[in-house]
Design a protein around this ligand. Structure first.
Ligand SMILES: O=C(O)CCC(=O)C(=O)O
Ligand SMILES: [Fe+2]
Length: 357
């Protein structure tokens, strides 16, 4: 496979959680059964597989770009490092983040390229990037970003319909023309030195609206509602793993689920390999208030009225503030103590993020 060496298949004897498989072509064609399945996935677990999306070539090119970028010498990458303010655009070196309440440093390298920077290139809206990224903005990043945006905008439009809102309502809070936190992220995790005790990505809910995840090796796990143990999500060739983030949970008064997940070293024989992943996050405009869109949808106002604690969906944060708060909480330079970390990193999870192994 381009950009990656051959690797052993996900082991057959490791239990996985079977996500619902949604066919993108059927969704686009308005197939009622497929739309119902999509809504079930989005409201019950908040994770699903997407097939027939037509983005494989762009994904392979992105993995190649990741390989070229991570292979650059450190002095080419460091000038484009995440800023000290806690925003997460640019290059992230190993150990920049903490992965638990004790302040343990992370072991992954990452490169985040802002959607705003890709669309405005050569103008820089948020940050600057290493030469490999700059040289491939138009050939590789733009096509990947445009197709990913298209998929997420399709999901938002279906959600408008299901919630009885005018077409374009959710899109108006996720407008590419307005400054926003949407980003492409490439992650490289070196083989774990201590696989049983190591976490690659802390248990979390995603901060924005929608996430498209491209996995080659295992390691991603979800906590399914009503189940106490972590379950792997198996990477399936040609399938995107899609999930919902906190913003859509707040906008819809909890109707859409932003589910907790984490990444640990891959299972069995895969553990010896470098783990690569590619993520696309659609996040709302920075100035969008994170609160239920009750004025647009009776379904949402009913959900809020029926909730045990209706006020919890009205966060008092804008999407930009929510992102800044959660990002800053992960920075090792800002780590204070266990309680501060738990309070500042908290998303919409309904269980505590502690001792998950
Ligand atoms: O690398 C992965 O498989 C998932 C990463 C993830 O959950 C995230 O970056 O939010
Ligand atoms: Fe995530």
């Amino acid at each position: 496979m381009s950009g990656l060496i051959k690797f052993p298949a996900f082991p057959a004897d490791v239990p996985t959680h079977p996500l619902l498989v949604i066919d993108y072509a059927l969704l686009k064609a308005g197939d009622q059964e497929e739309l119902d399945k999509f809504w079930k996935a989005a409201t019950e677990l908040g994770f699903w597989y997407l097939k027939n999306h037509g983005i494989d070539d762009e994904v392979n090119a992105m993995f190649d770009l990741g390989a070229q970028t991570f292979a650059l010498p450190t002095e080419e990458k460091m000038p484009h490092h995440y800023k000290a303010d806690g925003s997460s655009f640019g290059y992230k070196s190993v150990g920049t983040n903490v992965i638990d309440e004790k302040g343990t440093r992370d072991t992954t390298e990452a490169m985040d390229v802002a959607q705003d920077d890709v669309l405005a290139y050569p103008e820089a809206v948020h940050h600057t990037y290493p030469v490999t990224v700059r040289e491939n903005m138009d050939a590789v990043l733009r096509p990947f970003v445009e197709k990913s945006m298209d998929i997420n905008m399709t999901f938002l439009s279906i959600m408008d319909d299901r919630l009885g809102m005018p077409q374009g309502t959710l899109a108006s809070f996720n407008k590419p023309e307005d400054v926003n936190g949407s980003t492409v992220r490439l992650i490289r995790a070196a083989p774990a030195l201590n696989p049983d005790a190591q976490t690659f990505v802390t248990a979390h809910t995603d901060f924005g609206s929608l996430t498209l995840l491209h996995n080659r090796l295992g390691g991603l796990q979800v906590l399914v509602p009503g189940v106490e143990t972590w379950q792997y999500v198996k990477p399936l060739e040609g399938h995107i793993i899609c999930n919902i983030g906190d913003a859509l949970h707040f906008f819809t008064g909890g109707i859409l689920r932003s589910n907790i997940h984490r990444v640990i070293p891959p299972p069995k024989e895969q553990v010896k390999l470098e783990r690569w992943s590619l993520v696309f996050f659609t996040r709302p405009n920075f100035d969008a208030p994170l609160r239920p869109l009750s004025q647009y949808s009776g379904t949402i106002s009913d959900a809020v009225a029926g909730a045990a604690d209706p006020k919890k969906f009205d966060t008092g944060f804008t999407a930009g503030e929510w992102l800044a708060r959660r990002n800053a909480a992960t920075r090792a330079t800002k780590y204070k103590d266990s309680n501060t970390w738990k309070a500042e990193f908290k998303g919409t999870e309904d269980r505590e993020i502690l001792g998950e192994n």
